[in-house]
Design a protein around this ligand. Structure first.
Ligand SMILES: Nc1ncnc2c1ncn2[C@@H]1O[C@H](COP(=O)(O)OP(=O)(O)OP(=O)(O)O)[C@@H](O)[C@H]1O
Length: 342
């Protein structure tokens, strides 16, 4: 495979060479792989600064809190197979640049390059996205490890992690037009443990984020939305109206509130409240969700106050028009924090 130097979108190139990766005019050494997604690999990288007087990538940052003390970052390499995927990455880059909030993972830099395939000389694209790195894993990783050891987050940590997610989401829901994240789930939350403080929680992956409000006025529009959701919104966290969309309805950012309710449950118990129906047919997962059949832990004494369970049930209101909004959620979480945090 050879590399073309023609930037796309007026961008400079990220070019593989000598084991290092260039993102525009900055060079990074790959240290190790951190994770992988559908068509993406995420690497821990360290900036290579050959000239000590050159501040490197940090000179691009408007927010000084984005500067990495030791020059390490997370670099996501996206393999692009077709024009639809190219469009999706471009949209992820565009949408990411709309947000700026301490609980939303910022996109620090990006480049899309064209690569010539040696065999047939066809052109392929690769995208390189640079983010701050958070080495303590996702909320999903943490919940799985804790579950295996039969450990639980304290009530106070559950509330503080959840509050941070709500703060990030409020930023998205308050834009004009409001944006929905569309894939709020524990696997898309990065955690950083801090001494003497609750973990820092950061919502990531804006690949499915879109303007939240849509008017559905026909059967075909409803089916189109369901098809889009099936591809972009993780099933155990997907709101009922995205499974079974009426032909006449208004969809709004409260699809995220449903996913938030499932995520709060998962912070406590490690899985979505509907995950039990996953092993069965897809149909029964849908049925469990549209009927809001929440499966509560069967242990006699769950470690969390009943108020938290009621909070989950409130968010998991199958009828979207009466589901609470993010501002309602924030008011309630602050009440719970003052009641249960010491
Ligand atoms: N900034 C980061 N710091 C540390 N680890 C990260 C970071 N970003 C991503 N990861 C790791 O890489 C994994 C995959 O990242 P990400 O979810 O962004 O990929 P994706 O292709 O969008 O995945 P999916 O197909 O699940 O949507 C994450 O689960 C996480 O373990």
């Amino acid at each position: 495979m050879g590399c073309s130097f023609s930037g796309l979108n007026g961008l400079y190139d990220a070019v593989n060479g000598g084991g290092d990766v260039w993102i525009n005019e900055n060079r990074f050494k790959i240290i190790r792989q951190l994770g992988e997604g559908g068509f993406a690999y995420v690497f821990l990288v360290k900036e290579v600064l050959s000239d000590p007087s050159n501040p490197g990538i940090s000179k691009k940052f408007k927010d000084p809190s984005h500067i990495s003390d030791d020059g390490t970052y997370a670099m996501k390499k996206v393999l692009i197979q077709n024009s639809e995927q190219l469009e999706m990455v471009r949209e992820e880059i565009r949408v990411s640049s709309l947000f700026s909030h301490p609980n939303l993972l910022p996109l620090l830099d990006h480049a899309i390059i064209s690569v010539k395939v040696a065999q047939d000389q066809s052109l392929k694209h690769e995208a390189y996205l640079l983010f701050p790195v958070h080495l303590d894993g996702t909320l999903l990783d943490n919940a799985k490890t804790m579950n295996a050891k039969r450990e639980f987050f304290s009530t106070s940590d559950v509330l503080q992690i959840f509050r941070q997610l709500c703060a990030g989401l409020k930023h998205m829901h308050s834009l004009d037009p409001p944006y929905a994240h569309n894939d709020v789930k524990p696997g898309n939350v990065l955690l950083t443990h801090r001494k003497g403080q609750p973990p820092l929680a950061i919502l990531m992956d804006f690949g499915s984020a879109r303007p939240a409000r849509r008017q559905i006025r026909s059967r075909s529009e409803a089916l189109q939305l369901q098809e889009w959701a099936a591809e972009h919104v993780s099933a155990p966290f997907r709101a009922p109206e995205l499974w079974d969309c009426p032909s006449q309805c208004n969809i709004d950012e409260r699809t995220d509130i449903w996913s938030l309710g499932c995520t709060l449950y998962a912070i406590m118990y490690g899985v979505s409240p509907f995950e039990h129906a996953l092993g069965e047919s897809g149909g029964s997962l849908q049925l469990a969700i549209v009927n809001a059949q929440i499966k509560w832990p069967t242990e006699r004494k769950p470690p969390y106050p009943e108020g938290l369970h009621q909070f989950v049930t409130w968010m998991l209101q199958p009828q979207a028009t009466v589901r609470p909004r993010i501002d309602d959620i924030l008011i309630h979480i602050d009440k719970l924090i003052s009641k249960f945090s010491h």
